[in-house]
Design a protein around this ligand. Sequence first.
Ligand code: MEV
Length: 311
Amino acid sequence: MSTDLSEPEGRGTGAGKLILFGEHAVVYGAPAIVAGLPDGARAVARPTSSETSTLTFDATREPSSEPTSKTERDTVERAFRAICEVFDDRLDGPVEVTVTVDLPIGVGLGSSAAFSVAIARALADWTGADDHIERGVEAGESVFHGNPSGIDQLAATEGGLHFFTNSDPLQATSLDSPDLEVGICVAGPPASTREMVENVARRREHEPDLFEHLELLIGDVARAASAALREGDEARIGELMDINHGALASLGVTTSELDEACHVAREAGARGAKLTGAGGGGCICALLPDGDHSVLEAWRDRGWSAACYQL
Ligand code: MEV
């Protein structure tokens, strides 16, 4: 079946994500916990008279919601083409896609998965090829990440809070937790997830046994956190976030800015804090005491941008 061009356009959205526990170790099979964010990406797909499919960014938010460097633009363009290719058998010709990303890019909040999901859903909405969405997203994510665990894709597609294991088949259990207030601080410059995952893989080759211990530790922390989340035990969740950050430091993915932002958060009363996502820059997250936004103020006083999300 081919595209019904009488349909004026297709629309799709994808959610951003916050990894609360288990990044990097999840690539090697340890469980992790992820939450979808209310901000993400939106895409609109329309027919075009151009000779090739085109991608346009509609940037709405600071610090940056569109790729800036040539390398970033090339990567995004390749991911876009990879997604479109999956829909080739259902598209009559080139397509024009406009994407709005409501998250800062490259800081660990899942903008790339949100981008891929929004575009794949917009193309599916337009062509009726819902069964192509998963493959379309995987095609985009492989360009961004190389070897993604699937955790970003899960959050971008489903939203909500999940306990996730990168097994064959992938396993995801939805977690019920009392409302939590989590602060997010953009403390470092954007970093490439692909490079950070490759750095960990290289370090792991030199220290396979020690890295395996660290991954087991991070997995145990995620298991303990899933119980603490269900019980709403905020003191324990915070403590586990601190431990997880220490293990991520041992994997070599933190930076002095991310460490400092964690210290600032703890001193301002956070129950716990850790980097989130691939590290090397980007964001940290902190569990905030109920209704107390001193942590956000402390971050902003240092010149970092900060936001608060209810999970
Ligand atoms: C990136 O958001 C999370 C990592 O664990 C990579 C992955 O799971 O694909 C660093």
